[in-house]
Design a protein around this ligand. Structure first.
Ligand code: GRG
Length: 292
């Protein structure tokens, strides 16, 4: 447990430093850089970039070379949070324990800050010169698929369409696998790309990520009911308020937590037999009882 905490903290420090460098020293353009950095550097668990680095390490790659890919996935994640919080979407006031981007900078700048992070993420990958051209191209393709209409944007569309309508369990699983799962899966895939992982390991990591992503979302639904605004750094109860179907409304709290634990065990099993997988396995177990 101590080793996990120390490694997560050390990964987060490296990621943080790298994110700080991306827009440093650029000539000012109104509020755009402050608005982008306001959300990008507002903390957060850094789960996705940590997954990129740890999957790269698992596959025997150079973690330093994977850093731009880790930053890119966190930039796309941050863009999605900024846009998700907008009045036209979830209309939330608090994120990562701070007022949401549009509350501080206004809607126009918040939209542009999201756009800026999304587009700059692909530039960061293109400029990852420690990787080969084919690795950079594969990373761009993977992130584009996961973030776009075949992934997160498609899931968000289903989410918006599903408000005020009861969804079936399979509809909800599909929606969440796109909205949340695709980017988590992509984060692990980027680590494999950076390391030049073999097909067998890549498939094992994919199985791990699928279960982890679903467990993460189910736990998110539980926390939306059981946690506090202070603990989560974002409003609680917002799903119920918006009349959304969640795993908790479909299955109840206890069944959901049993499912999270089962998925986490299955995620660990996917990596069984891979040398050095203990940290990712422990991470899956820890996320099953995460409180924020
Ligand atoms: C606007 C295109 C677009 C997409 C938005 C990810 C998303 C899609 C919306 C977020 C809504 C939400 C609360 C989803 C539940 C799971 C989730 C992605 C939570 C936020 O991720 P964390 O917990 O956040 O990793 P931090 O702040 O720790 O990075």
């Amino acid at each position: 447990m101590k080793a996990l905490k120390e490694r997560l903290a050390s990964d987060a420090t490296v990621i943080e430093a790298s994110l700080r460098q991306i827009f440093a020293g650029l000539p000012p353009r109104g509020d755009i850089y402050p608005a982008m950095e306001y959300s990008l550097l507002a903390g957060g668990k850094r789960l996705r970039p940590i997954l990129t680095l740890e999957c790269c390490r698992l596959c025997g790659g150079d973690v330093e070379a994977a850093l731009p890919l880790a930053c890119a996935v966190e930039m796309v994640h941050t863009y999605s949070l900024i846009h998700d919080d907008l009045p036209a979407m979830d209309n939330d006031d608090l994120r990562r324990g701070k007022p949401t981007n549009h509350k501080v900078f206004g809607e126009t700048t918040a939209i542009l800050a999201g756009d800026g992070l999304l587009t700059a993420a692909f530039g960061v990958i293109a400029g990852a010169f420690a990787l080969s051209e084919s690795q950079r191209l594969a990373a761009i393709q993977a992130l584009s698929a996961a973030a776009g209409p075949r992934g997160m944007v498609g899931g968000q569309m289903l989410d918006m369409d599903g408000e005020d309508r009861a969804l079936s369990r399979s509809e909800l699983e599909e929606l969440q696998s796109l909205k949340t799962g695709a980017l988590i899966g992509c984060a692990t895939h980027l680590g494999c790309i950076a390391a030049g992982a073999d097909e067998k390991t890549r498939q094992a990591v994919e199985g791990y990520a699928q279960r982890l992503g679903l467990a993460f979302q189910v736990r998110d639904d539980i926390l939306d009911v059981t946690s506090t605004t202070e603990e989560l750094g974002k409003p609680i109860g917002s799903d119920a308020e918006q009349g959304k179907t969640t795993f908790v409304t479909l299955l109840g709290l206890e069944e959901c937590q049993r499912w999270v634990e089962k998925l986490s065990c299955e995620a660990c099993a996917c990596l069984e037999g891979l040398a050095g997988a203990e940290l990712l396995q422990e991470l899956a177990q820890t996320l099953a009882s995460r409180e924020n």
